[in-house]
Design a protein around this ligand. Structure first.
Ligand code: DX5
Ligand code: ZN
Length: 222
């Protein structure tokens, strides 16, 4: 299984956003994690379609769009047009999860399904054959820079077992409080797409990106 780094630009310096993206791309990050917040599903508000459309032209990275918004089905078309490759929705934010997944699929995009820390792994099971990725929130969604919730590791393990048992090809992404010191535990538990905001963009983003990728390399060589 391939391990992928998805730096979250929520932690970048927005006045230098183009440069920040260039740095992570040049240093090998395959995904760009784009956190959209609506002030309703989560307390904060981040950015939306116009910023995505603007940065789409400056990178070839996979645009990994994490919609922390209520009823995301309303905006699938807009985020596709703005440049999303993969759209992750929250199970808790949708009245009709299956219809929302279908809307993303019909737009020709990959589908991620996310659960908050309080939502059981089992909630994912009914959708396993309809999605490309599970996103396990390892902090309460809404803000970067929080501390990793250790119980998330059990949830990742349970979901990896569920994916294997079902024999489906589904990535497991982990988001929140991941850094170079705890990422091995996250990989051990069975995650393979790693979101990191502060741990990439605080201080030296180039060195931080390379450090994560070095850990991934060492890890796959084991
Ligand atoms: C939180 C966001 C995360 C956040 C991660 O709601 O979904 O993607 O940017 O930031 P760190 O890695 O700083 O916890
Ligand atoms: Zn996120």
């Amino acid at each position: 299984m391939k391990n992928i780094l998805a730096p979250s630009i929520l932690a970048a310096d927005f006045k230098e956003l183009g440069q920040a993206i260039k740095t992570i791309e040049e240093n090998g990050a395959e995904y760009l994690h784009y956190d959209v917040m609506d002030g309703i599903f989560v307390p904060s508000i981040s950015f939306g379609m116009p910023v995505l459309a603007s940065i789409r032209s400056c990178t070839k990275q996979v645009m990994d769009v994490h919609l922390m918004i209520t009823e995301p089905i309303r905006y699938i078309k807009e985020f596709k047009e703005a440049g999303a490759d993969l759209i992750t929705i929250h199970l808790e934010a949708c009245e009709d999860v299956a219809a929302t997944i279908k809307a993303i699929r019909e737009a020709g995009l990959k589908v991620g399904l996310s659960i908050k820390p309080a939502t059981e792994a089992e909630a994912i099971r009914p959708y396993l054959d309809q999605i490309d990725m599970i996103l396990v929130m390892s902090v309460e969604p809404g803000f970067g820079g929080q501390k990793f919730i250790p119980e998330s590791l059990d949830k990742i393990r349970a979901l990896r077992a569920m994916v294997e048992e079902a024999g489906v090809d589904v990535d497991i992404e982990v988001d929140g409080g991941v850094n170079a010191a705890n990422v091995r535990d996250v990989l051990d538990a069975g995650a393979n797409v790693i979101v990191a905001g502060s741990a990439v963009f605080k201080n030296d983003a180039a060195a931080n990106t390379r450090e994560f990728l070095k850990i991934f390399d060492e890890y796959s060589a084991k």
